[in-house]
Ligand binder design. Structure first.
Ligand SMILES: [Zn+2]
Length: 254
């Protein structure tokens, strides 16, 4: 069973998994009844979260809404540090995460648009290298776990910067490794080699600590926000938040 789960997680993109796994997880959730942890995205309590990841991380995935540690952190950040839930905002959510879509769609203050190159979850089919919207269109852009897949991440960020309104902001998360500099080699196209070097079969680079400065070459102003480290440690445990995760909070630059 473990081998099957590992195969599925390894070879089937998460966005497709999200489509079929809901029912299965709802059943599984029965076995996780309890109140030790709380998912702040769907406001549900469990004995613990499900394990997730190729090298499975314990206590990670919400059985009800499929939020992972990083999603719970982002939701809390939006609640505590931004005007996302109150201000009238036009939002572009690129490669939208299932756990957020319905909840963001339901917010009456938002004009909420989802876009993706292939995901059936998104309403606008779009390439992040060429975002099909006018300059200065959006108050907020989210684009998480996309940059490690795209050909030209700087161009993609230039596009995000272009469609943001003045004073617009965004969050652009990617997996970051303990490397001084990002590793990238465009000549490597073999999925097995990509997995070995970049961590996953469809990753084209492996980001290091230069992530923020690299993205800021696009003109975006990228801030490394250590929000999680300012939280009560009890809350971090209760929501099973990623204790080291940096939130890359971006603002429109020149
Ligand atoms: Zn949840």
């Amino acid at each position: 069973m473990k081998a099957v789960i590992s195969f599925v997680i390894r070879y089937i993109p998460r966005k497709y998994l999200q489509l079929v796994s809901h029912f299965f997880l709802r059943v599984l959730a029965i076995f996780y009844t309890g109140s030790k942890v709380q998912c702040n995205v769907c406001d549900s309590q469990f004995r613990k979260f499900l394990p997730y990841g190729r090298k499975a991380r314990e206590n990670a995935l919400c059985p009800k809404c499929l939020a992972l540690e990083r999603h719970r952190l982002m939701w809390l950040f939006l609640q505590k540090e931004t005007n996302f839930f109150t201000a009238p905002l036009k939002v572009l959510h690129i490669a939208p995460e299932l756990c957020f879509i319905e909840r963001m769609q339901a917010l009456p203050n938002l004009e909420y648009i989802t876009g993706d190159i292939e995901s059936p979850l998104a309403t606008v089919k779009m390439d992040v290298h060429q975002i099909p919207f006018e300059n200065n269109s959006f108050d907020v852009v989210f684009c998480n776990h996309v940059m490690e897949h795209v050909d030209d991440d700087i161009l993609a960020c230039k596009e995000i910067n272009r469609v943001l309104k003045p004073n617009g902001w965004g969050i652009i998360q990617s997996p970051i490794y303990d490397l001084k500099e990002t590793i990238e080699d465009k000549s490597i196209t073999d999925p097995r080699e990509r997995e070995r070097l970049f961590g996953q079969r469809d990753h084209v680079r492996k980001y290091g600590k230069d992530y923020a400065s690299r993205l800021s070459q696009s003109g975006l102003l990228v801030e490394e926000n250590l929000f999680v480290q300012q939280l009560d440690p009890q809350l971090v445990i209760q929501h099973a938040l990623p204790p080291q995760e940096i939130i890359f909070y971006c603002k429109k630059g020149l």
